[in-house]
Design a protein around this ligand. Structure first.
Ligand SMILES: C[S@@+](CC[C@H](N)C(=O)[O-])C[C@H]1O[C@@H](n2cnc3c(N)ncnc32)[C@H](O)[C@@H]1O
Length: 275
C-alpha cells in the first residue's frame, strides 16, 4: 500500500489520519496480540459487576469490542471512521458496529450497562462542550449504576516534563511487504490544553511524504473528577497504572490502581459509575 495523497493539505480532524484510514496498518503498527486492552477492560467490568450490555465508543478496528463480545457481553462498537467500522465488521465479528461521534451520540432505544473508551479516544473531545457532549450522551445511554471505563494519555504527565515533547520520534516497520517510516513530534498547545501531534509518513515505494496533524485534549485528574461529578458520575478509580499500555503492563490478577495509587504517569485509567 502506498501512502495516499493528501489533497486537503494538513488534516486537523479526528479520524483523519493514515492509520484510521488503513485499519490493518493500525493493527500492524500497534499490535496487541495478547488483547491486553480488551482483557483489562473486561477485568474492570467484572470487578465492578457491570451488566452485560457494553458500548465501545471510538472502537477503532474492533479488536477490543470483539474481545468483550467473546467474554459473553452484548457489545456495540461505535466509531466515526467508516474504514475502521468496515474492518471491524470483517475481521472482528461479534459486536454490532455503528457509526457515531463520541462528542455527542444517541443510541436510540438501545441502552447499555457500561461504556468503554480506550486508547485516548476520549481525548478527541478537544473542548469542554465536547466533553459535556460525551458525558451527557453516556448518561443518556447508560442504565442507572452503569459504568464508564476509559484509558488515555494523562495531561498531568506533561506538567513540567518535556521528555516526550518537541523531539521527533522515528518508527519503522514492515507491513504486507512494504516498509513504513513515521516521524512523530508532540508539542503542547498550552492555551488550548491540547497535545498536538505532527506525523510525517514515508513509504518505501518512493511516494511523496505525507504530513498529518492531530491533537488530544490535555485532561487533568482533578478536572476529570469535577466533570464526572457534574454529569452525575462517582469516580471509583483514577490511576496511572498498571494498564494495558503502561510499562510494566497490567497483567491478569493485578488489582487496578493498587500498584501505584497515583495519577502521575503517562497514562490515565478511569472507572466511574453513574449515580
Ligand atoms: C487511537 S484509536 C483507538 C481505537 C480503539 N479504541 C483501540 O483502543 O484500539 C482512536 C479511534 O477513535 C476514533 N475517533 C476519533 N474521533 C472520534 C469521534 N469524534 N467519535 C468517534 N470516534 C472517533 C478514530 O476513528 C479511531 O478509531
Amino acid at each position: 500500500m502506498s501512502a495516499p495523497t493528501d489533497p486537503g493539505g494538513e488534516q486537523q480532524e479526528h479520524g483523519a489520519n493514515l492509520l484510521t484510514e488503513h485499519p490493518a496498518l493500525y493493527e500492524a503498527r500497534f499490535p496487541d496480540p495478547e488483547r491486553l486492552a480488551g482483557r483489562w477492560a473486561e477485568d474492570c467490568l467484572r470487578r465492578h459487576a457491570a451488566g452485560h450490555r457494553v458500548l465501545d465508543i471510538g472502537c477503532g478496528t474492533g479488536r477490543d469490542a470483539a474481545h468483550l463480545s467473546r467474554a459473553g457481553r452484548e457489545v456495540i462498537g461505535a466509531d466515526l471512521s467508516e474504514a475502521m467500522l468496515d474492518h471491524a465488521r470483517e475481521h472482528h465479528p461479534g459486536p454490532t458496529y455503528t457509526r457515531a461521534d463520541l462528542r455527542g451520540f444517541d443510541l436510540g432505544r438501545r441502552v447499555c450497562d457500561a461504556v468503554v473508551c480506550l486508547d485516548s479516544a476520549l481525548l478527541y473531545c478537544h473542548t469542554n462542550s465536547q466533553l459535556d457532549g460525551f458525558l451527557a450522551s453516556c448518561r443518556a445511554a447508560l442504565t442507572p449504576g452503569g459504568l464508564l471505563v476509559c484509558e488515555m494519555r494523562n495531561g498531568a504527565y506533561f506538567l513540567g516534563r518535556t521528555d516526550l515533547l518537541d523531539t521527533p520520534t522515528v518508527n519503522t516497520w514492515t507491513y504486507d511487504g512494504s516498509s513504513y517510516r513515521s516521524t512523530t513530534t508532540l508539542t503542547v498547545d498550552r492555551a488550548a490544553q491540547l497535545l498536538r501531534r505532527t506525523r510525517i509518513w514515508e513509504t518505501g515505494d518512493g511516494s511523496a511524504p505525507l504530513r498529518q496533524h492531530s491533537a488530544w485534549r490535555l485532561l487533568f485528574p482533578q478536572e476529570i473528577g469535577h466533570l464526572l461529578a457534574a454529569h452525575g458520575f462517582d469516580v471509583l478509580a483514577l490511576y496511572d497504572g498498571p494498564g494495558p499500555r503502561t510499562e510494566p503492563a497490567w497483567r491478569e490478577g493485578d488489582v487496578p490502581g493498587v500498584a501505584s495509587g497515583t495519577a502521575d504517569g503517562d497514562r490515565l485509567h478511569l472507572v466511574a459509575r453513574l449515580r
